[in-house]
Design a protein around this ligand. Sequence first.
Ligand code: PMP
Length: 288
Amino acid sequence: MKIYLNGELVDKENAKISVFDHGLLYGDGVFEGIRLYDGCVYKLDEHLERLEFSAKAILLDLPLDRKGFAEAVCETCRQNNLKNGYVRLVVTRGAGHLGLTPDGCGPPSVIIIADEIQLYPEELYKNGLKIISVATRRINASALPPAVKSLNYLNNILAKIEAKRVGFQEALMLNDKGEIAECTGDNVFILSKGVIFTPPLDAGSLRGITRAAVMDLAMELGFEVKEQALTRYDLWTAEECFLTGTAAEVIPCVEVDHRVIGSGKPGEATQALIGKFREKVKKDGVFL
Ligand code: PMP
C-alpha cells in the first residue's frame, strides 16, 4: 500500500510523521473521509470545500489548493489500484514544540490513505440498527463548533464507548438543550407523518455530505424535507428512522432507546433512499 505523505507516495512502512506533530499531541488538525465508488471519488469537491472551511475555522493554512488536493486524492487511489474504497485525508498543524501554541508549528502534514472500507454488515441494512442515547453530550458550538471536522474526536469516541459498553453499536448524541444532535459518525433522519426531518446544523450536527445528498434524493422522491429541532420523543414515535454518513451510507435504524420504530423493520422510505443513493453514487463525483 502506498500512502501520500507531504507530496510523496511512500510505502505504508515508511509513512511516518514526527512525534512532535500537533495532530498527534493535541488533535490539532482537520480531516475528511471520502468514498470511492467504481473509480468515481464521490462528491470530492464538496469534501474539499468542507476541509477548507474546517481549516479556516481553526486558522490552519492549507498547503494545497482545491485542485492540488483533488489531484493528490486521485493519484493516491490510482497508485493503489483502488476502484472502490475509502479515502482518509488528514491535514495536521505539523511538528512544533511541546506547548499548545501553534506558533512555530509546520509546515502542516498532509496524509492521504486509500484503503478498503469496513462497513456495517449487510445484515444491518436489511434488518436495521439499534441505537441508544448516551449521557455524553455533543460538544457545544461555543466550545468547538461540531461543524469543524477536526482531528479531535474524543467527544464522539466517549459516546461510542458508552453505547458499546451497554451492547449497542451506535450512540445517539444530544446537545446541551437535550435536542438530537447526531450519532457519533452519522447524521440522523426520521420520517414522521410523511415528512422527512433532520436536526438543523446548529443543533450540533456536522454538515454531512451524505446528509445533503439524501435530502436532495428525498425531495426527488417527492418527500417534503425539513430541518427542525428534534427530541428523543420525536425519534421514539417516528414511523422510520435512518442514519447517513460517508462510511455507513444510508442505514436503517429500527430501535431507539429500546423503543421499536415503526414496524421494527426498515421502512419503505428508507429502503427507497438506500436504493436511490446506491444508484447515484457511481456518477456523482470526480473520475480517476
Ligand atoms: N457526523 C459526524 C460526527 C461525522 O464524523 C460524520 C462523518 N463521518 C457525519 C456526521 C456524516 O458526514 P458525511 O456524510 O459527510 O460523512
